[in-house]
Design a protein around this ligand. Structure first.
Ligand code: SAM
Length: 279
């Protein structure tokens, strides 16, 4: 099976963040996922600057449950969202349907980040949170984001950071505790962190990848995510007794004390140059 098809099947079965709030009531679920997202990841609004793009053309790649997408729409951006899954596009459509009249200018479709169905130079902002590292050819997805940005447009993307607590924990669990300490961290996360083939980058790798696609003024910083702090509710895979013990004893104070440096989230802002120049 194509790697991308396996990625799609994974997210189709577990749309991002769904386990944060599983209520039968769609409206309650929508509110819960929004509240919990920004409680757990309070830096998202500051990074995304939802209010800054009123009247501007915004593309979100990988909308998932559509929480951030609905913020762009609410703040009057002319927003277009895509996701590899039917579930992502449908759940986001459902969320916007509940916004009663607030949501006017938006479009949603199922599409692939590596082959965007949009013309060159179409968007003022391309936004993507926690998506591009799941796509088999992440660099191709960056190149597509660059292509559809207008000259002077901005890319804001969060991808995973290799030198992070989360990656270390995955390595301890699947390499060290299985007696295979020589199994690399990249291999471990590719097999065991969310959808098959997940990647993570050092700061330098991320900067170089963005530069190769032609992006300029690349700014990068890292943030602790709920996975680094284990403030996230455990997925089914991690529900057993030993994991409950890990969750209870985990030294969150130490992780916080060390700061954002070893956070899983690598936040990147970069621009497409106004004048054409070869990457
Ligand atoms: C971890 S979720 C993030 C969703 C959302 N951005 C959020 O922050 O909750 C990853 C999402 O990326 C989507 N995705 C993965 N590969 C993709 C691709 N090649 N093109 C478009 N979407 C993709 C998945 O379907 C899934 O909805």
């Amino acid at each position: 099976m194509l790697n991308k098809e396996r990625v799609r099947q994974y997210w189709e079965a577990e749309p991002a963040g769904f386990r944060y709030g599983q209520s039968a009531e769609a409206e309650v679920l929508c509110r819960a996922t929004e509240w919990q997202r920004y409680a757990l990841e309070p830096y998202i609004p500051g990074f995304a600057e939802f209010g800054r793009y009123a009247g501007k053309r915004v593309l979100e790649i990988g909308v998932g449950l559509g929480v951030d997408f609905s913020q762009f729409v609410r703040h009057a951006a002319v927003a277009v969202g895509i996701d590899l899954t039917v579930a992502g596009a449908e759940l986001t459509r459902q969320r916007l349907g509940l916004m009663q009249g607030e949501a006017n200018h938006y479009g949603l479709s199922r599409a692939d980040a590596e082959s965007l169905p949009f013309r060159d130079d179409s968007f003022d902002l391309v936004y993507s949170w926690g998506v591009l590292h799941h796509s088999p050819d992440t660099e191709a997805a960056f190149a597509e984001a660059f292509r559809v940005l207008k000259p002077g447009g901005t890319l804001k993307a969060m991808i995973y950071h290799l030198c992070s607590w989360t990656v270390l924990m995955v390595w301890v669990r699947y390499a060290l505790l299985r007696g295979r300490p020589f199994l690399g961290a990249r291999e471990c996360i590719s097999r065991h962190l969310e959808s098959p083939g997940t990647k993570a980058y050092t700061l330098r790798e991320a900067e170089r990848m963005a530069g190769r696609t032609g992006l300029r003024d690349v700014q990068i910083f890292t943030k602790l995510g709920p996975g680094d702090l284990l403030t996230i509710r455990a997925s089914k895979r991690y529900e057993g007794k030993p994991y409950r013990l890990v969750w209870a004893l985990y030294p969150r104070w130490l992780v916080r004390f060390m700061g954002d440096r070893f956070g899983l989230y690598l936040l990147m802002t970069a621009n497409k140059p106004t004048s054409a120049c070869a990457p």
